[in-house]
Design a protein around this ligand. Sequence first.
Ligand code: GLU
Ligand code: ZN
Length: 300
Amino acid sequence: MAAAPVSTGRFAPSPTGAMHLGNARTALLAWLHSRRAGGRHLLRFEDLDVGRVRDWAYDCTRRDLEWLGLDWDEEFTQSGRTELYADALARLDTYPCTCTRREVLAAIQESAGAPHGEEPVYPGTCRSGSVNPQRPAARRWRVPDQESYVQDAGTRAVLCQNLRRDVGDFVLQRSDGAYAYHLAVVVDDALTGVTNVVRGADLWTATPRQVALQRALGYSTPQYFHVPLMTDYAGHRLAKRGGAPSVRDLREGGEKPERVLARLGQSLGWTIPAEVTAAELLETFALQPGLLPFPITTAH
Ligand code: GLU
Ligand code: ZN
């Protein structure tokens, strides 16, 4: 029997700007989970969308995390791992697609009327041959016509999607050559031994796609813990554009990291002092594990 994998978690920011408090709260929860489980914790920069990446954001993120007392054991950068994504892509049943977004929307209107759901379901226009082979092509995955099922290990919520019906063949490589987030995340989580994923609830509905990719590539599925996004008083999601102070602003403005950590914890309803260190939070959860929005898992 193979040895049980080392419990491994990760924080996977996109280096597109300064971290806002919502990112920091997810980073804190992922770190608490990894460290409570006594396992490894990885930092992975998701920087495949070159147009949005800011060179200064890598270092800014590292400093923000260090300032908060959230350490990591190994660091990865997706832009340095594209050969791995190419290998995985070659193992999947994909086809070239030259449709523009506008063409996809028009095709949906013609066939089935208005798109249902949030994201338009690609109607398979290029499935048996690209319509405009002279254009640069994206590569879409011919998704299996079966249910993809996931249960969140924290909330116990269940999501079941038939990818063919609910999502459609989705893009794994853009026409400019960039690998898509879903492919990179699945390859990286598997090849770096990630067993626990703590991430924002905005990615919950993408999870069945990632689980289906794991199955097709022969990877095991980690445990998923989707944590609530931080919102402002009006209930809007905190975003970099929203004018809320970034962690860097607070750090450079002379704020104490202990106060920021306390605010993050209080925003989750925890009863904690007005100033706490990350190490003290870790201690608190050793005594009261029920405070975390998920159970700690050591074995897989
Ligand atoms: N890079 C993604 C983000 O910053 C997170 C991806 C993930 O955790 O799977 O929202
Ligand atoms: Zn197409």
